[in-house]
Design a protein around this ligand. Sequence first.
Ligand code: BGC
Length: 755
Amino acid sequence: MKKEQLMELLNSMSLKEKVFQLVQIPGQYFLSGIADTGTKTDNSLTGEELALIGSTLGIYGLETTAEIQKRHMEEHPHHIPLLFMHDVVHGLRTAFPIPLALGAAFSPDLVKMCTSAAADESAASGLHVTFAPMLDLVRDPRWGRVMESFGEDPFLNAMLGRASVEGFRGGNGETPEKWRVASCIKHFAAYGAAEAGRDYTGADMSSRILRECYLPAYIEGVRAGADMVMSSFNAIDGVPATGNEKLLKETLRDAWNFDGVLISDWDSVGELVKRGVCSDLREAARLALNCGIDIDMCSFAYARHLEALVREGEVAKEQVDRAAFRVLELKNRLGLFEDPFRGATSTVERKKILSTANRALARKAVCECSVLLKNAGEQPLLPLASESKVAFTGPYVESKELHSAWAVSTDPEDTVSIREAAEELALSQGRSFIFAEGCTMTCREDLGPKSEERMVKYYREDTIPMQSVTTDVNMLKEAVAAAENADTVVVCLGEHRLMSGEGASRGELTLPKQQLELLKSLHSANKNIVSVIFTGRPLDLREVCELSRSVLLVWMPGTEGGNGILDLLIGAAEPGGRLSMSFPYCVGQVPVYYNHFNTGRPKPKNTKVPYYVSAYIDIPNSPLFPFGYGLSYTSFSVSGIKLSAEKTALQDSGSFGEIKAFASVKNTGLRRGQTLIQLYVSRPFAEALAPVKELKAFRKLALDPGEEKMIEFTIGNEELGHMGSDGKMHVVKGEYRIAIGLDSETEEWISLKIV
Ligand code: BGC
């Protein structure tokens, strides 16, 4: 439809019809017809109102969406199609590894391919918008939603945020426009900074940190053309984001020129009342719309009060017109006025869902995202020797729930478990494998003292399978016997998938107790232990590392988890991941992240810790595994770092041109392998503190054994600049330091003077 026609449509609509384009309700209203119960509570709708609704969420599957769409268009006075939105966070039916895992692949291409495949499946099943990517920077693994983020680095988050937006749009260039879905960047802004890692709390911070660390990924997502932005639950500067004029109007709309659809988070308009910034729902509707929130997700504030607010002159009619027009424009961009079903048929849907190509991509992604944390010894256990007799143990051996709490449209029946993949391999390669779970996923003891009481009060007993006794002796005995009879024990441990995700904050970051008990018992029977760790967040893995010769982190790997992990274990692929979020030494350290500020009292290196320095007296300052860390099946060295010039002049334009940085990278091991070379910059002291280091570039390099290559990076204004309070990038005069290495703790710094 042409813009003029769209405008004509808007002009022909009544105020009520426009208002209801701004109302989003859960899918159940369309599925169960609860709208017609007739009870007039704030959350009930009449049949007439239901027919006017602009968008819904949580419904997928072409049969259902098409039927609802058809009915809706017949009933709507102007036959305006409904928008179907859903949280497609890491795939629809084919679950790819979680976003935090994709962050570890350091690969915009991989992110683009996975989001593009997810868009393909989603569009075929009748969806139009995904509430993704979540571009919240994260530093605190207690927060359950770190699994939805790309990690702790502003530069990487921005790059992968762009890749996601492009991917959902069908970014590989092969996906026709109709198989795109609109993306919705969330949660604007700084939701990832939840205080003490507890969901839905405050996220207060300085405007400098907000600007330099948290905003860059959202900005990049907007620049990449995201169709929607979602406001967050938290407050910034004491003002909840959904009613924060400075954030939504001055920053998002005016400074960044975002003209797409701005949606609230679920009931976050209603929460303006609960948080005490609005006296009632009517006031909340007024504030949210005036701040630029176009769609009210599920609070019913707009449905109940917006019409009256306009009629009584408290909200300008033009505000409603503008918001409704944005919603109509989105429907138009998606082609819904021409074809409300966008060419999807049940045949197309069947072909696209869980296609061979999507499964192959998911399997490859598992390999690229998994991080080898430890592989010790002269003869490391991984990859497994083909003749070795392997016992597979742990609760994740049989589990088909390898996706996160967010993969709500995934069917575990489609998932390949470790046991299934291993059995297939045993058949095709004649390998010798034994299986014994050893324990279930969680137990009451995980909750510590007074567990009975706490479980009733706080735990999700109804959803997370829980063993009521500490250890099932028979299960344990069977696993220990298997370990005694094996050369190598692969123990598959981790958090249950519902232990991370929304509303799943944790105060402890260790594995469930009985899993650690299992590990200890296996270790007494056989020292050749490979631990495979499933998780949605960084964990305290000290004990796991002490008791294992090798540790492979596989996150929540998704539908092809079993196959991908077996590829890694036998060395058909190598773990390509490097941590995009630090793994703490223990929970007392968090938030712990590599790009923290410097201190006036640094801890002296290699000496006993004196008092009155910035250090703990009982634990190290450094995380157990730092940002950027990950091993290969071979080893690499980086040496001979040099610059094309050690000194350069800053021009009046604020630019210094370009400098090249070089380093020599060598494969010092016995296998061909790939590694990630990372370039960090440390800024000179200027008017305010700077992070001790910042990732500014990275590159993957594959080398044969003994092969050595020179790698080159270009350093320009983007790499050295930082965002000033004027929102512009600045390079300052002084001594910058540059490091090139294999993780963020690299010590190889050289100096670059800007004069
Ligand atoms: C979450 C959002 C999500 C929305 C819709 C909210 O509770 O915070 O991330 O997109 O629900 O499911």
